[in-house]
Design a protein. Structure first.
Length: 217
């Protein structure tokens, strides 16, 4: 007998999960990996590759709870060694583990903390970044501010440095990166970051407003 009721399954988006994970204290290395490779949050393709139920039951593939377990495993570790990677593979599968290892080996040229707390020392690194790296850095900035990962005493200087970064984007003609940053602040999910940035810093609001005003329609 077929039920006349439909069953719907609602899964939070990757962005929703990242916001939750940030609040829950999920290890930053896991967060950065999922930000770069969101398709690994719930799958690695093995379910499509192995239609046979026997092989599917043997293969590990990532899901949201699995990444929480990975976070719990690596959080106490300063360095992730081969023995840890084997354990991670037992949680999220080989494909996701190899991608995670590659991500860990790729150091960011400039971190959020360096950019927002010590801008003058590290600003020269911005010239080395490509568009996709700026997009990823933008996401890191907004998530970091939204999660209030800064000391209140540093807030004023943080906003000054953020405005300097946005002006640098204009100078480097990275208009797409600047547009991406502005669009993130329009997302209600980042309301706390938008309030901190736009309400507490009229200078940043003016910088963004001038950019929008100069767009040729």
């Amino acid at each position: 007998m077929v039920s006349r009721f439909n069953i719907y399954e609602f899964a939070p988006t990757a962005e929703d999960w990242l916001l939750w994970a940030d609040r829950a204290g999920v290890d930053s290395r896991v967060l950065q990996f999922i930000q770069k490779h969101r398709h690994f949050l719930d799958s690695d393709g093995t379910k499509k590759a192995y239609q046979d139920g026997f092989y599917l039951s043997l293969s590990k593939s990532p899901d949201r709870r699995a990444w929480e377990r990975v976070s719990d495993l690596i959080k106490p570790l300063k360095e992730i060694r081969d023995v840890h990677l084997k354990a991670i593979a037992g949680i999220v599968g080989l494909q996701a583990t190899l991608a995670l290892k590659k991500s860990l080996d790729e150091f960011m040229k400039i971190t959020v903390e360096q950019l927002l707390l010590d801008y003058d020392t590290h600003k020269g690194k911005l010239k080395e970044l490509k568009l996709q790296e700026f997009v990823f850095l933008n996401e890191q900035i907004v998530f970091w501010i939204n999660g209030e990962h800064y000391n209140k005493a540093d807030k004023k200087q943080m906003l000054v440095n953020l405005n300097s970064y946005l002006l640098a984007l204009k100078k480097l003609k990275m208009n797409e990166a600047l547009a991406h940053f502005a669009s993130m602040l329009e997302n209600v999910k980042f309301g706390k970051a938008a309030s901190t940035i736009l309400v507490d810093s009229p200078t940043i609001m003016q910088t963004i407003a001038e950019y929008i005003g100069n767009i040729d329609l």
